[in-house]
Design a protein. Structure first.
Length: 131
C-alpha cells in the first residue's frame, strides 16, 4: 500500500465535503421536545456535578482526618498499652473474665473507630461508580 498522493488527498477531501453538504441538507431536524429534553438533562447533570464536588472533597477530607485521628489515638495509647502490659494479656488465653471486662470500654472504643473508618471506606467504594 502506498501513501496517497496530493491529488488523491484533494479528491478525497472534495468527496467528503460533498457528502457533508448532502447530509446536512437532508438531515431531519429533531423535534423541539427532544432538543429541550437533552438540554435540560445536560443542565441537570452539570448542576449535580458542580454540587457533588464539595461533597466529594469533604468525604476525602473526612477519610484522611479519620486516618490521622486513628493514627494519633493509636500512637497516644501505645505507651499506655505497654505500661499496662495489655498487649501480652490480650494475646493470652489465660485472661480471666473480670480482667477482660475491665478492658471493655477500650475495646468498644477501638472497635467503634475501626467500624467508623471501615464504614467510611465502604461508602466511598460503593458510591465511586455513581460519579
Amino acid at each position: 500500500m502506498t501513501a496517497p498522493t496530493s491529488q488523491t488527498s484533494k479528491e478525497l477531501g472534495r468527496a467528503l465535503q460533498r457528502d457533508l453538504e448532502t447530509l446536512a441538507r437532508t438531515a431531519p431536524v429533531p423535534p423541539a421536545s427532544a432538543v429541550w429534553f437533552r438540554a435540560e438533562r445536560r443542565a441537570r447533570l452539570e448542576a449535580i456535578r458542580r454540587a457533588d464536588q464539595p461533597i466529594w472533597l469533604a468525604e476525602r477530607l473526612a477519610l484522611v482526618g479519620g486516618g490521622v485521628v486513628a493514627g494519633w489515638l493509636g500512637n497516644a495509647l501505645l505507651p499506655w498499652f505497654r505500661e499496662q502490659d495489655l498487649l501480652t494479656r490480650l494475646g493470652s488465653s489465660a485472661t480471666s473474665t473480670a480482667g477482660a471486662m475491665g478492658h471493655l470500654p477500650l475495646t468498644v472504643l477501638g472497635l467503634s473507630l475501626v467500624g467508623a473508618i471501615g464504614a467510611s471506606i465502604a461508602v466511598l467504594v460503593a458510591t465511586a461508580g455513581e460519579r
